[in-house]
Design a protein around this ligand. Structure first.
Ligand SMILES: [Zn+2]
Length: 326
């Protein structure tokens, strides 16, 4: 394992457990679990968000490390945000997926319509608290993990500026563009982040499987690279091992998401992630009686789901294309 990681942490291999983050409750912005640091030097406002999903522990670990090391921006401003802490606090290793959210998925509520609407879930309430703090963010990194083992990947959104931020960050290797989910807008697609005529950009990074210890290393590595790539940090912080290896990034353009329509969805076989299906019209699964087929040759399967429910994304389909010009 290469990458930025704390120098002192024992290399235990057991499954990740949530860290106690209660010391961060008061934050320093007036909003619980939200920190903002101003370098007083000109530069961008970079934000790192963890725990949009309460059972995705790696992002909380990365923010805990940055805060406990006292990392401060060299230029511009840095915001560190623990999002759905209420869900995180319910984490139970016996039911480790239950803490994803309390009332609704917090990564499907990020539109002005939803935030100003009548919804009163605990996730929407928290998003309403956090949203004003994101108004002047130039670069956002949203740290996540996956329910199944999958290589780490950047979801860069639909705009070339997202791809440019992915390349400036430099890792992980797989850079995926996609339009999100039919079920609702993600934080990374919120407001200016998905506006081709506005400069703010955002990345969602999947750091590996939820409870894999390496996801914690990936999250911290990506966070440091993001802060250096955006010129927020001039150097690797003291107390962190300098990364030695930057991967060759590959760019996958997701052309469609397969949204589940029936109560009975099943894949034709077990897929992990990034399998390439050589031939168009290959049946990869069935949604009820309707076959799900690949739309073109060399179709890449991105993040196949392991649990299926109508309205949810079963898999995204994509292909390798040249890097776009930002
Ligand atoms: Zn997530």
């Amino acid at each position: 394992m290469t990458g930025h990681r704390p120098t002192e942490r024992p290399r235990e291999r057991q499954r990740l457990r949530p860290r106690d983050i209660s010391a961060y409750r008061s934050g320093n912005t007036g909003t619980p679990y939200v920190f903002q640091f101003d370098s007083a030097n000109p530069g961008p406002h970079a934000a790192i968000v963890a725990l949009i999903h309460g059972n995705e522990l790696c992002g909380a670990a990365a923010l805990d490390t940055l805060l406990s090391l006292g990392v401060r921006p060299t230029c511009g401003k840095l915001s560190l945000i623990f999002a759905n802490v209420l869900a995180y606090e319910t984490f139970d290793p016996i039911r480790p997926f239950a803490a994803r959210y309390l009332d609704e998925d917090m990564n499907r509520v990020w539109s002005a319509e939803i935030l100003s609407g009548a919804g009163d879930s605990r996730e929407v309430a928290r998003a309403r608290e956090v949203a004003p703090l994101l108004a002047d963010v130039d670069f956002l990194l949203d740290l996540h993990s996956t329910s199944s083992p999958a290589p780490a990947m950047i979801l860069a959104g639909q705009q070339p500026k997202g791809v440019a931020l992915a390349r400036a960050t430099g890792s992980p290797a797989h850079v995926v563009t996609d339009a999100g989910h039919a079920a609702g807008p993600r934080l990374r697609d919120f407001a200016a982040f998905n506006d081709p005529n506005a400069s703010p950009s955002a990345l969602l990074v999947e750091c590996g499987e939820h409870f894999s210890p390496t996801s914690e290393d990936v999250a911290l590595d990506v966070a440091i690279r993001f802060l250096m790539g955006t010129k927020t940090l001039a150097a690797v912080p003291r107390g962190v091992i300098k990364s030695t290896k930057t991967p060759t990034q590959k760019y996958i353009d997701v052309t469609e998401a397969v949204t589940i329509r029936s109560e009975k969805f099943a894949f034709a076989r077990k897929f992990r992630c990034f399998e390439t299906i050589p031939k168009a019209a290959t049946i990869i699964g069935h949604d009820g009686v309707v076959p799900v087929v690949t739309p073109y040759d060399n179709c890449i399967l991105v993040m196949p789901a392991t649990h299926f429910a109508p309205g949810q994304t079963a898999v995204r389909l994509g292909r390798h294309i040249p890097w776009p010009n930002a």
